[in-house]
Design a protein around this ligand. Structure first.
Ligand SMILES: Cc1ncc(COP(=O)(O)O)c(C=O)c1O
Length: 368
């Protein structure tokens, strides 16, 4: 049995440190925010090469508050992609704004920068590119067009801890970067978590207030805020895990390189690492027109896979009110029909990679 991710293997490797860190929070009784969260904010912001980090309860809240801090509200439009996890789009809705989709580039699976210009209207307030699967969107052209039209750029970096674009870290590329620490992410909490990172002191101040009931000081509510605080235990666990993140990222990259090597020449479409990117392989997605059959065969052989994501957001029933129809974003639609995520986690062994790659190669030969 080869799992899609193996959180138990990871816990086993850091058990003593994590248990001690959790014990420390239990002793201090700083269950929400507190010193562990404050230290994690500093350490993760530094890791992203950014000055400020504001820890929140989920990645979705990070996106929601970043959009609010950017001034996004009812009547505004935010440009993003339909080939993403639904949270990207939900966060725009939470602000009362309208998501406007552009298609993806079929090689990188990230925003097609050549499609942005025609999506801009007088209502556009922000661009929200997604660093899907751990690879940054092509940010320089996005920043260029955003500056020209005075738009805010918010990165959905939920899958891209430690990813780089031309040597710059994900989270430091736009005006604000939003991360998720959902357990299965490259840096995952033992529960939920998220963070906004930014160099902008005004955004920082607003988001700090919004996450804690809009209060400047206790009971002085300046803004209509939320309870989006990070828990102390999550801050403590994430601090332990952050110390291993580079090592784990290199292990993911090595596992991806092994897959690339073992699948080369088999006809399988492997993920393209763009020349500008340090891809951190949150997901290693191959493409096949026979996805359902391949997934079933792999499952029968004890190999777990995933699909990220089977339906692009513009075709989900929840967002039918946007009025998009099938055929409008052909690259997103065809990717959604063909992607298949292979097991990918830092502890994936050489032997496990070989079993997976051999099985996939066999399927490719049979389908040729
Ligand atoms: C691309 C993307 N955006 C946003 C989110 C939302 O993060 P969370 O689950 O922490 O709310 C996720 C992860 O779930 C994600 O993958």
């Amino acid at each position: 049995m080869i799992p899609f991710v193996d959180l138990k293997a990871q816990y086993a490797s850091i058990k003593d440190e994590v248990n001690t860190a959790i014990q420390g929070v239990l002793e201090s009784c700083q269950f929400t925010l507190g010193s562990e969260v404050a230290m994690f904010e500093k350490e993760f912001a530094a890791y992203c090469h950014v000055e400020q980090g504001i820890a929140v309860n989920t990645g979705t809240s990070a996106l929601h508050l970043a959009l609010l801090a950017a001034g996004v509200g009812p009547g505004d439009e935010v440009i993003t992609v339909p080939f993403t996890f639904v949270a990207t789009v939900a966060a725009i809705y939470y602000c009362g704004a309208k998501p406007v989709f552009v298609d993806i580039d079929p090689r990188s699976f990230t925003m097609d920068v050549s499609a942005i210009a025609q999506a801009i209207t007088s209502k556009t307030k922000a661009i929200l590119p997604v660093h899907l699967y751990g690879q940054p969107a092509d940010i320089d052209p996005i920043l260029h067009i955003a500056r020209k039209h005075k738009l805010v750029v918010i990165e959905d970096a939920a899958q891209a801890h430690g990813a780089e674009y031309k040597g710059r870290r994900a989270g430091s590329l736009g005006d604000m970067g939003c991360f998720s620490f959902y357990p299965g992410k490259n840096l995952g909490a033992y529960g939920e978590g998220g963070m906004v990172v930014t160099n902008n002191p005004d955004y920082t101040r607003t988001i700090r207030m919004l996450r804690d009931w809009g209060a400047e000081r206790k009971y002085e509510h300046v803004l209509k805020g939320y309870n989006f605080r990070m828990e102390g235990i999550q801050g403590a666990v994430l601090r332990v895990k952050l110390r291993r993140l580079e090592e784990w990222t290199e292990a993911r990259r090595a596992a991806a390189a092994r897959y690339d090597r073992m699948l080369a020449g088999s006809g399988v479409v492997t993920p393209a690492a763009m020349p500008y990117a340090r891809h951190v392989y949150h997901i290693y997605a191959i493409r096949t027109a026979q996805r359902q059959a391949w997934q079933q065969t792999l499952q029968d052989q004890g190999i777990q896979t995933g699909i990220h994501y089977p339906t692009p957001v513009h075709l989900l029933p929840a967002y039918a009110d946007l009025g998009y129809i099938k055929g409008q974003f052909p690259h997103a639609e065809s990717a959604a029909g063909e992607v298949l995520s292979l097991p990918m986690f830092p502890e994936l062994t050489q032997a496990q990679s070989e079993v997976v790659a051999k099985a996939v190669r066999k399927l490719a030969v049979r389908s040729a």
